[in-house]
Design a protein around this ligand. Structure first.
Ligand SMILES: NC(=O)C1=CN([C@@H]2O[C@H](COP(=O)(O)OP(=O)(O)OC[C@H]3O[C@@H](n4cnc5c(N)ncnc54)[C@H](OP(=O)(O)O)[C@@H]3O)[C@@H](O)[C@H]2O)C=CC1
Ligand SMILES: O=C(O)[C@@H]1CCC=N1
Length: 273
């Protein structure tokens, strides 16, 4: 992939996940900088990955070819104002990983024309297993689309959405989704501990079952997930009983409601920030 000078404004969980994945994938650390007001997170990134750490958003953005906006949505307006006032962003590629901030809002905050792509990544990018949704308005060049695709492909898989609304679907199905699985795994670990396993053994049992199930699904894309589930479920056996309880408790409907709640929140945020 092409290696452009890239700066991350924001040094939090998601910036770390992407930076770690990029450096592990061979993106030159000397081309990556990270900015945040306090030194703790950004200096830890500099120490861990050999990248440049700075408190100066403007200087880093000025130097960079690519500016990644990686702050919380509620901070975005404050971060964009000085960028708009002090920097010529034309000729740069701006990437936003924020949930709930539309391209049209970035035009207001950073001015037009603006070369911007929205990315909806997730934290497994940290270990090269990310899933990112990408949206680019029509005027973004093929070279910038290719760069963004290659950037996020180096930390996982990517999927383009044709309409910006699709980003909210990506949030529900992938961006927020690691947290759903962690909730489920944590509940399983706690019950395994109550059954008498040590903390560590319970974690390993649950974690390996999750890794195994995900790997099995990934290795058999042509087999529906429902069939993979049936292959575990012996008639009159133990799995059938566990699944009966999940269904009685309306797990599928609960999952659907939870995903819709994530979309609704993203839509609310589009009006708030
Ligand atoms: N976490 C996730 O799983 C995902 C997050 N996202 C999106 O990523 C974005 C960041 O989320 P996340 O990493 O979780 O957030 P964090 O709270 O972990 O990190 C936010 C970072 O922003 C920095 N920051 C705050 N104000 C400024 C400023 N004025 N200039 C520069 N940096 C600033 C903070 O600095 P300091 O270190 O000094 O506190 C911190 O490093 C959000 O918009 C979110 O929607 C998208 C997909 C998944
Ligand atoms: O919770 C959030 O708002 C962000 C977006 C997707 C994952 N984390």
């Amino acid at each position: 992939m092409q290696h452009r000078k890239i700066t991350f404004i924001g040094a939090g969980n998601m910036a770390r996940a992407i930076i770690a994945g990029l450096v592990a994938g061979g993106y030159p650390a000397t081309l990556i900088s990270v900015c945040a007001p306090s030194s703790k997170n950004r200096d830890a990134l500099a120490t861990d990955y050999g990248i440049i750490s700075s408190a100066n958003n403007i200087a880093c953005a000025q130097e960079a070819d690519v500016v990644v906006l990686a702050v919380k949505p509620q901070m975005m307006a404050d971060v964009c104002k000085p960028l708009q006032e002090q920097i010529d962003l034309s000729g740069k590629l701006v990437l936003s990983i924020a949930a709930g901030i539309l391209v049209s809002r970035f035009y207001q905050m950073l001015g037009e024309p603006l070369n911007i792509v929205r990315i909806m990544p997730n934290t497994p990018s940290l270990v090269g297993k990310g899933m990112s949704g990408l949206y680019a308005p029509p005027q973004v060049s093929q070279a910038d689309r290719d760069y963004t695709r290659d950037l996020m492909s180096s930390v996982g898989k990517v999927c383009w959405v044709a309409d910006e609304n699709g980003i909210n679907g990506v949030i529900a199905a992938a961006g927020s989704a690691p947290a759903y699985f962690f909730l489920f795994m944590d509940a399983m670990q706690q019950e395994a501990e109550r059954m008498g396993f040590s903390h560590q053994a319970a974690r390993e049992l649950v974690q390996q079952a999750a890794i195994g199930a995900a790997a099995l699904a990934a290795a058999n894309p042509e087999i529906p997930l429902s069939t993979l589930r049936e292959q575990v479920t012996s008639k009159g056996g133990t799995t059938a009983e566990a699944l009966r309880v999940f269904n009685e408790q309306q797990l599928p409907a609960t999952v659907a409601k939870a995903m819709q709640a994530a979309v609704s929140r993203a839509q609310e945020m589009e009006k708030l920030f």
